[in-house]
Ligand binder design. Structure first.
Ligand SMILES: Cc1ncc(COP(=O)(O)O)c(C=O)c1O
Length: 399
């Protein structure tokens, strides 16, 4: 049975990096051992396959119901990187279609950006939608470039770095009028806001299990019944030939379980609390730390995300100091760690490389508490003051 309260894995310290990945919901500790014994191949005919097949069927049903779509429109895969690549390349690969233009925001996740660049090398024309410093999409640009040549519009529902929400619902009628298809990367909104894909009207959407308290390496795509699709991975008849390969039964079952659990939680209340903790953080840092800019503060944003730039502070150094003290945050997208280049998202928004290198993202989750935020703000104040003092001493010596 699912529990009524969010209970998730904890670790020593304060975890504020939920947009990178969420902890695993502890209710899964109870369920996964049972599922482990259901080892059969879901595609087999004999009895050992029935349990795993049932787990997959139920998960598909729960997910489809939550999103207001048909179970036949849900295709399990390894996550949104695979989903984004599959959809974009599939639309490009369609034979006999004259449309060769794609419209895409300039702040998408790398799995969208790079898939677009890959088809660009094969002859696709990509129109990158500019965003302003508040993270808002240039809708007039979309209207200018949209034509009978547009194959696909791809715009994420929320940005993983800044939390900015994009007006996908407004793009759908524009795409329809031009006869184009439309995809949205819904990774960051799923589980944080109500999402009905049928009402939204997109043709494709992509999701990752580890962003909503399930397991890494699991995800799914929504492929509308009428939307053309060619499998990226050829293989057996799994997922009705739309994604070859033996299913990740545990990963799929975990996603179905969490989606069911979410129905029993007052998510609106949980997210209202989370937003109030986020707002508390922003008020405190703006009041007590000079030179803090809160990115996209005036735009519609995810309630769990805060992206700040702290003047004169090298974000990597700050992050390491916070890490040593048990506060786990990010300097930007987790997938960019180990990459010294500043965030392309911030550069696209018009920030300088220098500004981008001062940026810190905190993203809260189900178990984030006000007391964690109070401790975090205190620590941040001290570390920023110390780093600024050290910099001043260095600069004085250099004179
Ligand atoms: C918006 C967005 N899209 C796609 C992905 C890729 O998800 P995965 O790494 O699970 O494939 C991420 C992960 O950070 C993301 O935040």
């Amino acid at each position: 049975m699912v529990s009524k309260t969010p209970m998730i894995t904890t670790l020593d310290g304060v975890y504020l990096d939920h947009n990178a990945t969420t902890p695993v919901d502890t209710s899964l500790y109870e369920f996964i051992p049972n599922w482990l014994s259901q080892f059969g191949n879901p595609s087999s005919i004999h009895q050992a396959s029935r349990g795993p097949r049932t787990l997959i069927r139920e998960a598909r049903h729960h997910i489809a119901e939550t999103l207001g779509v048909s179970p036949l429109e849900i295709v399990f895969n390894s996550g949104a990187s695979e989903g984004n690549n599959s959809i974009i390349k599939s639309v490009w690969d369609r034979k006999g279609v004259e449309r060769n233009e794609f419209i895409c925001s300039s702040v998408e996740h790398p799995s969208v950006m790079k898939a677009m660049q890959a088809i660009q090398k094969k002859g696709a024309v990509i129109h990158w939608i500019p965003v302003n410093r508040d993270g808002e999409l240039d809708m007039a640009f979309v209207q200018r470039v949209l034509s009978h040549k547009t194959a696909l519009i791809s715009v994420m529902s929320a940005n993983n770095e800044t939390g900015t929400l994009f007006p996908v619902a407004q793009l759908v009628p524009l795409a329809r009028a031009a006869g184009a298809l439309i995809h949205s990367d819904c990774v960051q909104v799923f589980g944080k806001q109500a999402l009905n894909l049928k009402e939204l009207g997109v043709d494709y959407a992509t999701f990752s299990g580890h962003k909503f308290y399930a397991l890494k390496g699991s995800g799914f795509m929504y492929l509308k019944k009428t939307a053309p699709f060619v499998s990226l991975i050829d293989g057996g008849a799994q997922e009705r030939f739309r994604r070859g390969g033996t299913e990740n039964t545990l990963g799929v079952a975990a996603m179905g379980h969490i989606v069911q659990k979410m129905k029993s939680i007052n998510l609106t209340g949980v997210w209202a609390d989370i937003q109030s903790h986020r707002d508390f953080f922003e008020t405190e840092v703006r009041t007590h730390i000079p030179g803090v800019h809160v990115t996209a503060q005036k735009s519609p944003r995810l309630g769990n995300t805060s992206h700040v730039m702290i003047q004169g502070i090298d974000a990597e150094t700050l992050l390491i100091n916070l890490d040593l003290d048990g506060f786990f945050v990010s300097t930007g997208a987790a997938c960019s760690s180990g990459n010294p280049e500043p965030s392309p998202v911030l550069l696209s928004m018009g920030f300088s490389r220098q500004e981008a290198q001062t940026s810190l993202r905190i993203s809260l989750g189900w178990n984030s508490k006000r007391s964690d935020m109070e401790r975090f703000v205190e620590r941040l104040k001290d570390i920023v003051a110390r780093l600024r003092q050290m910099k001043k001493e260095w600069d004085d010596v250099a004179l």
